[in-house]
Write a protein that binds this ligand. Sequence first.
Ligand SMILES: Nc1nc2c(ncn2[C@@H]2O[C@H](COP(=O)(O)OP(=O)(O)O)[C@@H](O)[C@H]2O)c(=O)[nH]1
Ligand SMILES: [Mg+2]
Length: 305
Amino acid sequence: MAAETDDWFARRTHRWQDWSLDELRGAKGDTTVSLVVPARNEAATVGDVVTRCREALMETAALVDEIVVIDSDSTDGTYEIATDAGAVVHRAAEIRPELGAYVGKGEAMWKSLFVTRGDITVFMDADLTEWDTHFVPGLLGPLLTDPTVQLVKGFYERPGEVGAYDGGRVTELVARPLIALLFPPLAGLVQPLAGEWAVRRDHFAGLEVPTGYAVELAALIDTWRTRGVDAIAQVDLGRRDHSHQSLLDLGAMATQILTAAWARSSRSHHADEIALTQYLPAPDGVTPSRSAVPVTERPPAAPLL
Ligand SMILES: Nc1nc2c(ncn2[C@@H]2O[C@H](COP(=O)(O)OP(=O)(O)O)[C@@H](O)[C@H]2O)c(=O)[nH]1
Ligand SMILES: [Mg+2]
């Protein structure tokens, strides 16, 4: 399994600089691209995200055909600010209300399919504080140049942690250990929960989408299961930061992620050891490093003392 993961990492890991805008425009042809930004109470940052993407990617580079913000019940002006910045803004509860309302990031992303038309959807969080518009062309690279790729994940360095590719608390403490245990072919993903990712519409429309924060992990597992691991690629997007949640809120997020993994797990045996892959900065990208985590579920045969 470890060799499989290494092979996938080597084949399917890219950097955003691997494609020029000209190359991507040429590869885009008639393919349409929607940028979808899920937002709940992001008045402080959503305007900047929309404005810079609109100027750089719609008006200058002509790589994105529409920018759509899906707002779930914001009470802070997110809707108005995103509209003024030039996005098409929808309230999640107003999209196909007969399907029900299950507030959460996953619902907003899934419902975006009913109000967008792009062949490819690029998702970007609305709470970004350190980021750049090259995230979008970076994510489009593998999809526009390789028809076998269905889903592309971003990953990044986080400022302040000196070259670290750690993905945050829920990523490192829940998602990556879970993947190591239950879905080891996906262990080559540096940041499986990254909010910046892109997917072909037809593929995403066929997936079961959890309504909350497990949308990303579920999409990865289900893409691997239905299309094979090579249908997934990942791109180093440089540096990124966003506003951070409280530990208590992350507990709810972790519970959603555990639930989606549990529902998709068929593990019935006990492992003695789990291969946990982590990522270290290297001069021209990242390198995997693997450690074996011992796991003992059986009590010792005799009392220790
Ligand atoms: N529309 C919508 N967006 C949401 C919801 N929950 C989170 N988001 C957005 O999804 C993005 C990532 O959410 P965030 O809470 O920052 O999660 P984290 O980055 O994983 O800690 C941000 O743009 C949020 O505003 C929701 O219920 N509805
Ligand atoms: Mg965030």
